[in-house]
Design a protein. Structure first.
Length: 376
């Protein structure tokens, strides 16, 4: 049993290493050139808001949200800052660098978080069988790739599921057959390894695989460029950091909700995704019978996040006022429910995580039903 579990871990490690390589290769000047954003003033437009917010946080905190036309900004025409004030803590270490350098280092920091996210998914789902591994592999793929192009179909993803099905299948099978081919020298494993490798190459080496109308052609890097991750990197967004914090909060919820609750609050750059993760968070806390520790977590959140940012020039109160005036009480909601392209990467990742986790819990609770599925 121990050898089997070690084999499953090895499969997840192989998959994670491969997807990490894909993620790093996607963040290149070639990718940005492919999107025709290299000469555009929109490059890293969202990061300009973070960079300016770090400056304002230190030198003009009263203008963190409600800016004055008399201010001097480190980045001309910077975007407005809309996140909770504690988000600035993640940007401050990079704010001493020049803006272009700071954006690149911040992006590399987030790229380094991608294998961490895969590890967090593994710790959350804890696969014990090949079926569990395949389910975990699916979630890891959704977390690290998120290939669906929301500008093309929105949440109607079925056409793209059909388009990318061979790629998903090859990615999931690749680690299994690779381990079998090396450790057991099975001939069938070598054949499947060859087929999986060819399929992955076809989808990533610039070979068109379908003729589905879309904004960008299905070519090298399109799994990233055509979807949410492309805009995450181009605009200098922080959704990878946000997703990593949410996954960490969910993992901690299993045994340490006293630390998980502050982590969940810390991750609430966009409260919509915090609310989306809340059902699984509550279930994990209740399942672990650690609800009493939430009180301690609430105290930690108030002491270390709420009170300091109220005392520091009232920036938390300014944020609450900004949200009320700009979103909740604004005519038409102020666009508060608009989903930008890069936001789909968190949506699909959390959706896949929660579906797979609750399906796993259902099958564990009803093993007879699980056996019927395995027979099928």
């Amino acid at each position: 049993m121990q050898n089997h579990e070690e084999e499953l871990k090895l499969q997840v490690i192989i998959l994670t290493a491969f997807l990490t390589a894909v993620a790093f290769l996607s963040y290149t000047p070639m990718i940005k050139a492919q999107l025709n954003w290299v000469e555009s003033p929109g490059l890293a437009a969202d990061y300009s808001a973070y960079y300016t917010a770090a400056y304002n946080f230190l030198f003009s905190p009263m203008h963190l949200y409600f800016r004055s036309s008399m201010q001097n900004f480190p980045v001309p025409n910077a975007q407005g800052f809309v996140y909770p004030p504690w988000f600035v803590l993640f940007v401050l270490p990079f704010s001493t660098l020049s803006f272009p350098t700071s954006e690149k280092v911040f992006a590399l920091f987030q790229l380094c978080l991608m294998p961490v996210m895969a590890y967090l998914v593994y710790k959350l789902l804890e696969p014990k069988s090949e079926l569990g591994y395949l389910a975990t592999a699916f979630v890891v793929e959704m977390v690290m790739l998120e290939p669906f192009d929301s500008r093309y179909v929105g949440i109607d993803i079925w056409p793209q599921v059909l388009e990318y099905a061979p790629f998903f299948a090859a990615l999931a099978v690749f680690p299994i057959v690779a381990v079998k081919a090396v450790t057991e020298r099975r001939r069938w494993a070598r054949v499947l390894l060859t087929l999986a490798s060819v399929t992955i190459f076809v989808f990533t080496a610039g070979v068109p695989v379908a003729h589905v109308p879309r904004v960008f052609p299905v070519r090298s890097g399109a799994m990233k460029v055509g979807g949410a991750y492309g805009w995450q990197w181009v605009l200098g967004q922080s959704k990878v950091l946000e997703l990593a914090l949410i996954l960490a909060a969910l993992v901690l919820a299993k045994k340490r909700p006293d630390l998980s609750l502050p982590m969940l609050l810390l991750s609430s750059f966009d409260p919509r995704f915090t609310l989306m993760a809340l059902p699984l968070f509550v279930y994990l806390v209740a399942k672990g019978h650690t609800t009493h520790k939430l009180i301690r977590g609430l105290i930690y959140s108030i002491v270390f996040l709420v009170v300091p940012f109220i005392l520091y020039h009232g920036v938390l109160l300014e944020y609450i006022s900004f949200v009320l005036q700009g979103y909740i009480l604004a005519p038409g909601g102020g666009g508060s429910f608009v989903f930008w392209d890069y936001e789909w990467l968190i949506f699909y990742a959390l959706l896949a995580t929660e579906i797979v986790y609750f399906a796993k819990e259902f099958l564990d609770r009803y093993p007879a039903f699980s056996k019927k599925i395995l027979r099928i």
